[in-house]
Design a protein around this ligand. Structure first.
Ligand code: NCD
Length: 313
């Protein structure tokens, strides 16, 4: 079925599985159109960013997107700056902010927070990360980056490495790769293995995948390496974090095993899992990936608010 801008207007973005392949491709094409957009289709619109958890890229690339399209952003960057500290619950907060804005961006430590918020308001809610659950806009940025870096999106061999248990960016991306006929390798210590529900999703969608303890031997046939940080904030036992935090380090020595076409992605922030010496390699796509976040989020905002058509094709 043909996709049009109308299909996006007023929608919530809670998980990537709410979107069909054609819709995702439409969003990525719109993002390409928005990369150098200098018009002001968001003039007069107010976007509220309610961030109950730390963020650099997601919040600032959204705010940059709003500013570059002529809109205004309001909000807070930590729970301590909101009335949550006075005991206000999430549903009251979002009901109030609905009256101040046209679209709500929400990051929250609890899984399901965005879905809950969307039940209380009529304006679009965009999940900017809910606990270890989902991070759909990161996935759109990841797919955009893969297509830009690899020249295609179909049939890629994607190696995930690091914290596959708690990483919501991994969980989101894994759940749509079947739409693009990917092959997947999962590299993690068994404690940080991809949860069973996501392995079942891969299986039931017919994705060929394998699990491997070792990064080096997994690189030779990879098109994309998706490196991740061990998610310290999700561990209940700090000693456990210490045990696993430096399990993998991608350095030039490990990278020798990679194919020429390998693109290295990382949602960032990085801790020690990629050595600084890798940054100058043509394989290193993670800073470009962070920058593509603005174009993708510009496109998403314009589509949800029904103003993407104002930008010339
Ligand atoms: C990710 C997140 O918050 O889930 N960061 C991001 O949004 N780019 C990944 C992470 O924090 O490790």
């Amino acid at each position: 079925m043909r996709v049009s801008e109308q299909d996006f207007v007023g929608r919530d973005v809670i998980t990537v599985s709410d979107f069909r392949r054609e819709e995702i491709l439409f969003l990525l094409d719109t993002a390409a159109r928005f990369e150098n957009e200098t018009g002001t289709p968001l003039a007069g619109r107010v976007i509220a960013a309610l961030f109950f958890e730390a963020s650099t890229r997601t919040r600032l690339s959204f705010e940059s997107a709003v500013g570059r399209l002529g809109g205004t952003s309001i909000g807070f960057a930590e729970a301590g700056a909101s009335s949550a500290t006075k005991g206000e619950n999430l549903s009251d907060t979002v009901r109030v902010v609905e009256g101040y804005s046209d679209l709500l961006l929400l990051r929250h430590p609890l899984e399901g927070a965005a879905r809950l918020a969307a039940e209380f308001v009529d304006i679009p809610v965009v999940n900017c990360g809910d606990g270890a659950h989902q991070h759909p806009t990161q996935t759109f940025v990841d797919l955009y980056t893969m297509r830009r870096e690899c020249g295609r999106l179909d049939g890629l061999h994607v190696v995930f490495c690091g914290d596959l248990r708690f990483g919501r960016a991994v969980h989101s991306l894994v759940s749509v790769l079947a739409l693009f006929n990917a092959r997947v390798t999962l590299v993690s210590p068994s404690f940080l293995r991809l949860p069973a529900e996501h392995r079942h999703t891969l299986e039931s969608n017919g994705v060929i995948y394998n699990e491997a303890p070792d990064l080096e031997s997994s690189l030779a046939e990879a098109d994309v390496l998706y490196m991740t940080r061990v998610q310290r904030e999700r561990f209940t036992d700090p000693l456990e974090y210490e045990r696993f935090k430096d399990t993998y380090t991608l350095d030039l020595n490990v990278l020798k095993r990679a194919s020429d076409q390998l693109a290295i992605l990382h949602p960032l922030p990085r801790v020690n899992e990629i050595a600084r010496e890798v940054d100058g390699q043509s394989h290193a796509a993670y800073f470009r990936q962070a920058h593509y976040g603005v174009a993708v989020r510009k496109a998403l905002l314009a589509l949800l608010l029904g103003v993407a058509g104002e930008v010339p094709k």
